[in-house]
Write a protein that binds this ligand. Structure first.
Ligand SMILES: [Zn+2]
Length: 292
């Protein structure tokens, strides 16, 4: 109901009753208007001696209007259901807004992180396609899409310098990725991946760290991910012996943002909603980490 009020009144704190009575007023006033217009039109026609409009027809029209009134009072009994439908439509409109990334920009509080450097590493690329989904999605493509979303979000909300290890579909060694973080003197390195498993049923998100010092960073970002309704299993934070973490001299984590091998997940990962939710969560996490 809050979303209903939000969409129609732009004031989420307006009460349910208020929106209900508002609807009634609209219904009844529009009905009264049509009632008056019909009668006055018919009466004037009869006065002007129109033979085609007999009194019987007028009575029939009046009866019809009474029936409409009765039907509407039935709606009044079922108004809760009716409003629930309206609410669902409003909710769908919000989802649609989310698709366009509008909600994202409204909900993250801006924080000036000018002077900080963040390196985002979209996993795989070029000849290395990474995991492959059942519908043919390549991990290297979705990691790049998310990395670009993340870069836009971080630059817009923090003013920090955000560097991608690759911004197109090219092959890149793990060493080059780690070296870039060192060369740029990054404050943070985040590697983006999507898992695959022999079983197509497996699902969930895992955040990895390698050095004990980065465990709390991993936990923080992971917590932000699950503040969003990611609609997936929380596989927790874990130690990962990955090259990009092990050889990194900068604070670094690696995100496995869902199993591309799961057909349902593959479909969702490709959606704008998922991309927005994941990047929103990571932006919020980065802001919290780099503000302290
Ligand atoms: Zn990967």
């Amino acid at each position: 109901m809050a979303s209903f009020c939000y969409v129609f009144f732009s004031e989420p704190n307006l009460s349910y009753d208020y929106s209900l009575s508002y609807l009634y007023l609209t219904f009844i006033s529009s009905l009264l208007m049509s009632f008056i217009i019909t009668i006055s039109t018919n009466l004037s026609l009869i006065e002007r001696g129109y033979q085609s409009m007999e009194k019987k027809k007028l009575y029939f029209l009046l009866l019809l209007i009474v029936l409409i009134f009765l039907a509407l009072s039935f709606i009044k009994v079922n108004d809760i259901k009716f409003l629930e439908t309206v609410d669902k439509i409003a909710f769908a409109a919000q989802i649609n807004k989310k698709e366009q990334g509008l909600i994202e920009s409204n909900f993250i509080e801006e924080k000036n992180l000018k002077g900080k450097t963040i390196v985002i590493d979209p996993g795989h690329g070029g000849k290395d396609v990474g995991a492959i989904g059942q519908s043919g999605t390549f991990e290297k493509d979705v990691t790049l899409t998310l990395a670009k979303n993340l870069q836009r979000g971080l630059e817009k909300k923090t003013g920090a310098t955000v560097i991608l290890t690759r911004d197109k579909d090219v092959t890149m060694s793990l060493k080059d990725r780690v070296d870039l973080a060192k060369t740029m003197n990054a404050n943070l390195f985040i590697s983006i991946h999507f898992d695959a498993f022999t079983s197509n049923e497996v699902n969930g998100i895992t955040t990895y760290y390698n050095k004990e010092a980065d465990r709390s960073l991993a936990a923080l970002i992971h917590r932000h991910l699950f503040k969003q309704d990611m609609g997936t299993r929380d596989r927790g934070v874990g130690f990962g012996d990955y090259f990009v973490l092990r050889e990194n001299t900068k604070p670094s984590i690696l995100l496995e943002l869902g199993y591309i091998s799961n057909a349902e997940v593959e479909k969702r990962i490709n959606s704008q909603t998922y991309q927005t939710q994941a990047s929103t969560a990571i932006v919020e996490g980065v802001i919290e980490y780099l503000s302290n």
